[in-house]
Ligand binder design. Structure first.
Ligand code: ZN
Length: 277
């Protein structure tokens, strides 16, 4: 039997997946999904995340105000956030900083980000962080923040190799998805190899981050749109594929026990700040 798999970051509660939910769940059982950290992005999707977690032991519910939605968030979003925490959310995400999106307001994003990190720190909850074209502001604000002792998680890491040691020092875990592995994505390949084995996680970000066709074991379409099926997580672990080969080059950390039932990859996922909760 193959080892259980952990998806460090996805959006299983996304409305685009609603119609296919039963079939998707069957596929996730087929691949041996143990746990997925299912992220909300704004108050209107937090109830769906919590509902999914109530229905499935494989869902670890995360709630967060994504930087794309800080401009349009309702005034009482913090009250709703605290309610969602009281109602079973076990991680904070997806939160972060984004200077790529049109019309971004970095100052407003920083206010929302700092407040959400403070909530995570107060409860020692894991945080799933999105950072796009904003690595400078993130690096600048991290030393001013009190972070949860269990660490934080940079999802779909796209920063430089040079920044990895100082992020590790601050408690960062890093996850990557196969959708990041475009043929010319040299930086991502180098980053996967530079992250220490006990800080490396895999994710799908499904239904986003559609992998290239050769890494799509499961197809999912709504209307004319091709989506990333969350069960494509399994392809990320195949050493016969580039992504899996990069991941499997990592030796398991020496301090951890070995088990013939799980690969180094899966032992790494056990150390996820999210899955350890
Ligand atoms: Zn995401």
């Amino acid at each position: 039997m193959s080892a259980p798999l952990f998806d460090a970051h996805n959006h299983l509660a996304h409305s685009a997946l609603g119609a296919d939910r039963t079939a998707i769940n069957r596929s996730l059982v087929e691949i041996g999904l143990h746990t997925a950290v299912v992220n909300g992005t704004q108050p209107c999707d937090w109830p769906q995340v919590l509902e999914l977690a109530a229905q499935s032991p494989h869902v670890l519910p995360a709630i967060g105000l994504h930087p794309w939605y800080v401009n349009s968030a309702p005034e009482d979003w913090q009250t709703e956030f605290l309610n969602a925490l009281a109602n079973g959310a076990r991680a904070i995400g997806e939160v972060g900083l984004d200077c790529w999106i049109e019309g971004h307001d970095l100052e407003l994003q920083l206010v929302a980000f700092r407040w959400q990190v403070a909530q995570a720190q107060a409860r020692n909850l894991p945080i799933s962080i999105h950072c796009l074209k904003a690595m400078g502001p993130l690096i600048a604000c991290l030393p001013q923040l009190e972070l949860p002792p269990r660490g934080f998680h940079l999802h779909a890491y796209n920063g430089s190799v040079e920044l990895i040691p100082q992020l590790v020092e601050r408690g960062a875990y890093f996850s990557f998805n196969t959708g990041q592995l475009k043929p010319k994505a040299k930086k991502v390949r180098q980053a996967i190899q530079a992250v220490p084995a006990d800080r490396l996680l895999i994710e799908t970000d499904a239904p986003d981050m559609l992998p290239p066709p050769e890494l799509r074991e499961f197809e999912l379409t709504t209307g004319d749109t091709v989506l990333n099926h969350p069960a494509n997580l399994r392809q990320a672990t195949k050493p016969s594929q580039t992504f899996g080969r990069l991941i499997s080059r990592h030796k398991p950390p020496k301090s951890r026990g070995t088990s013939s039932a799980s690969s180094s990859l899966n032992r790494n996922t056990f150390t996820s700040p999210a899955s350890a909760h």
